[in-house]
Structures are given as structure tokens and as C-alpha cells.
Design a protein around this ligand. Structure first.
Ligand code: HEM
Length: 130
């Protein structure tokens, strides 16, 4: 099976439980005080919901779908808007991998490598638009 399909299915298993998004932001915000401060005024329930779609956009990008929606994230995260520093995406990705490890019952090391491979081009696009 293609890596994008493996990741798509893994994400489906993760999304069955809303705690996936709660755990993700817990890990991500505890990874650095700077990250935590960025979400100080954020409605986290809404944010978790938006992220559900954001991760899907990264997967769809790897599957060759139009990146119109990803372009919107490039815009909102750049230096003129949320001002998200490129180096913070490593923390984002490692928090996500940790959350997948916890929530996907079929997790393997190979699946984790597939997640990295599949998400990297989309993440690079957003980082590159900084
Ligand atoms: C908002 C996705 C990385 C901080 C959002 C939204 C989405 C999203 C879907 C809501 C839509 C929008 O406002 O544009 C993603 C994805 C990421 C990523 C897919 C990784 C590729 C990061 C990183 C940070 C960050 C590394 C660092 C702190 C924020 C903030 C908001 C936001 C502060 C606005 C929250 C608010 O409305 O108060 N992100 N994000 N994001 N993201 Fe990200």
C-alpha cells in the first residue's frame, strides 16, 4: 500500500477519539513556553477542530490534491500574521508523532516514518512561505 494511504488510514484511526487533538495540544504546548504563549487567547475547542482539517490538508497535499487550502495556512502562519518561526515546526511534528504513537493501535516504526515522509512536503511549504 502507498505511504499516503497508510497515513490516511492511520489518521482515520486517530480521529475516532477526540482525545487525539486534546493530547496533541497538550504535548505541543508543553514542548516550549513560547509555543504555549502563542495560544494564550485561543479558543482551544475551535482550534482542535480546525487542526483536524489542517492535518487532512497536509495528507491531501501529499496525495497530489490542489494546495489551495494549504496556501491559506502559508498565509496565516507567515511573519505578517501569526509569525510562526520555521524552527517551531519540528516541535509541531514531534508532538504529532507522539500523539499518533499513543492513539493509533496499529502504530509501528515504519508507519511513523511514513507519517514523516508524507507530512514533510506540506510542512516545508508552510515553513518556506514564512
Ligand atoms: C492556527 C494548522 C503549525 C500556531 C491554525 C489553524 C490551522 C493550523 C488549521 C486555524 C486556521 C488559521 O487560522 O489559519 C497548522 C498546521 C501546522 C501548524 C497544519 C503544521 C504544519 C503551527 C505552529 C505553530 C502554530 C508550529 C506555533 C506556535 C498557530 C496559531 C494559530 C494557528 C497561534 C492561531 C490560533 C488562534 O486563532 O488564536 N493552525 N498549524 N501553528 N496556528 Fe497553526
Amino acid at each position: 500500500m502507498k505511504k499516503t494511504d497508510l497515513v490516511f488510514q492511520s489518521y482515520g484511526r486517530c480521529c475516532r477519539n477526540d482525545a487525539f487533538f486534546i493530547d496533541f495540544y497538550d504535548y505541543f504546548m508543553s514542548s516550549s513556553e513560547v509555543i504555549k504563549n502563542r495560544f494564550i487567547d485561543t479558543d482551544m475547542a475551535a482550534q482542535r477542530h480546525l487542526l483536524r482539517n489542517g492535518i487532512m490538508q497536509l495528507i491531501l497535499h501529499a496525495r497530489g490534491m490542489s494546495d489551495r487550502k494549504l496556501r491559506a495556512l502559508c498565509e496565516s502562519h507567515n511573519r505578517n500574521h501569526y509569525d510562526i518561526k520555521p524552527e517551531w515546526y519540528e516541535l509541531w511534528l514531534s508532538s504529532l508523532l507522539k500523539t499518533v504513537r499513543k492513539h493509533d493501535p496499529d502504530h509501528t516504526q515504519a508507519l511513523e516514518s511514513a507519517w514523516v515522509e508524507v507530512l514533510t512536503p506540506g510542512i516545508q511549504l508552510i515553513k518556506g512561505a514564512y
